[in-house]
Design a protein around this ligand. Structure first.
Ligand code: PLP
Length: 477
């Protein structure tokens, strides 16, 4: 494809994307296909000769689209939102075209510098203390590919710091022995990526009980630490979740931070979803105690209109992170290393895309006020949905509705709600996913679509109530 054909095909693609977005509600939200459907439709070998673009693009609608779950669909209420907006898509286009690999400042100065500037913007927008900013010279923000990656690198940083301190005290004890003593903590409803980070990092992770509000409390953590110290273990890491995946509950950061400060333990905050809401001052109270944490992550690619993959992470002391992740072969060195940031030392991969472009485009296009409006509208719609559920005595709402998520269930045994959700999802009319809250099976209703409105809420509730009637009629309670 040459530049003139690219211009033509590019325009067609933009039209295809805009048409897709504008007519997405005419499609089924979830695909009606079985595993292996695509293999039956496509050739089992790659083409020997290049094909016509027209033929390729025809196959998108014929073979790919039937197997797509439409995350941007107004009837999609599963998981959490997958951020998306036109400025973000354009940012990705430009990033792909520039095609730089910004692992160091020298590898593409603008790529590194824009990332530091935009993460300072965003850090200030969500109310982080100045020490977390690049312009403090101490901490700073970095874009990782996912919240899971953020959590993993913080476990690695905390582990490195703990082993180094222990080595000073016990220089003749093997690293492996010290490692076997380390223990980290999170709540039972922290995201599974914390457990995975423990697995990869080869450190024990304890999953602590939550209170009646699904919140991990300081006293629970303090008791666990005391028990573990008595057993000869060495507490080194805590992950505090602000906005849990199951029900968007908030651990008590302020209490937890008191404990980790007293005990000299690394404290990380995972605010993957709810972190975007902190751009609204009325939600920043959940971050009380933030000045005491070592690091925090939030995903603009969930709830801030930015396409995957932009997971923002800030550290208070950049050296704690970089000293755990630095290897420095000659071919990657450059003569500005002393004054410049090299993001390859802030994460696992070497190669990095120019992801800050789309974040910059989005923040500049919407402005802080536009983004606040978007968040507040989602929260308002979630409250509207909550009111509908609470008005129907067959249902109950579990947990507080604070953001864009409502967790509800049919009163009674779990299998009723299980059947209900299965029937709704099978219909393809709306899409939701379940979670467990203590022993209760709940259905999660997340407000996801960028332009979600009252009609979408009304429609979803109609589907839920009509399906409920069918399920109740068919189930032997
Ligand atoms: N943490 C929380 C609270 C989440 O809700 C999620 C995903 O929904 C994650 C971490 C993992 O996010 P990612 O897919 O970016 O790794």
């Amino acid at each position: 494809m040459d530049a003139s054909e690219f211009r033509k095909r590019g325009r067609e693609m933009v039209d295809y994307i805009a048409d897709y977005m504008e007519t997405i509600d005419k499609r089924r939200v979830t695909p009606d296909v079985q595993p292996g459907y695509l293999r039956k439709m496509l050739d089992s070998r790659a083409p020997k000769k290049g094909e016509e673009w027209e033929q390729i693009i025809k196959d998108v609608e014929k073979t790919i689209m039937p197997g797509v779950t439409h995350w941007q669909h107004p009837r999609f209420h599963a998981y959490f939102p997958a951020g998306n907006s036109y400025p973000s898509i354009l940012g990705d286009m430009l990033s792909d075209a520039i095609g730089c690999v910004g692992f160091s400042w020298a590898a593409s100065p603008a790529c590194t510098e824009l990332e530091t500037i935009v993460l300072d913007w965003l850090g200030k927008m969500i109310g982080l203390p100045q020490i977390f900013m690049h312009d403090s010279g101490l901490g700073g923000g970095v874009i990782q590919g996912s919240a899971s990656e953020c959590i993993l690198v913080t476990v690695l940083a905390a582990r490195h710091q703990a082993i180094r301190e222990l080595k000073n005290r016990f220089p003749f004890v093997e690293d492996g022995v010290l490692l076997s003593k380390l223990v980290g903590y999170c709540s039972k409803i922290a995201h599974s990526s914390v457990e995975k980070a423990g697995m990869i990092g080869f450190v024990k992770m304890r999953f602590l009980d939550v209170d009646d509000n699904y919140s991990m409390r300081g006293y629970t953590l303090a008791n666990a630490i005391e028990e573990d110290r008595k057993l000869g273990l060495i507490p080194f890491y805590v992950c505090c979740t602000l906005g849990t995946t199951a029900c968007c509950s908030f651990d008590n950061l302020n209490e937890i931070a008191h404990v980790t400060e007293r005990e000299n333990i690394y404290l990380h905050v995972d605010a993957a979803y709810a972190g975007s809401a902190f751009i609204c001052p009325e939600f920043q109270h959940y971050m009380k105690g933030i000045e005491c944490v070592n690091s925090i992550n939030m995903n603009p690619n969930k709830w801030m209109l930015v396409n995957f993959d932009v997971s923002a992470m800030w550290v208070k002391d950049r050296h704690v992170l970089t000293s755990a992740l630095t290897v420095d072969p000659l071919y990657l060195q450059h003569h500005h290393s002393d004054q410049a940031i090299d993001f390859r030392h802030w994460g696992i991969p070497l190669s990095r895309r120019f992801r800050s472009l789309k974040l910059w485009f989005v923040i500049r296009s919407y402005g802080i006020e536009g983004l606040q409006k978007y968040i507040r509208e989602h929260v308002r719609l979630a409250k509207r949905f909550e009111a509908l559920v609470r008005n129907d005595s067959r249902f109950e709402v579990l947990g507080a509705v604070t953001m864009g998520l409502v967790c509800f269930r049919l009163k009674g045994r779990n299998h009723l709600s299980q059947r209900l959700l299965r029937a709704i999802n099978d219909s393809g009319k709306i899409h939701m996913v379940p979670a467990m809250m203590n022993d209760n099976y709940i259905i999660r209703f997340a407000v996801c679509a960028q332009n979600a409105n009252e009609d979408d809420i009304t429609y979803a509730w109609e589907v839920i109530t009509t399906t409920t009637e069918d399920v109740i009629a068919s189930v032997d309670i």
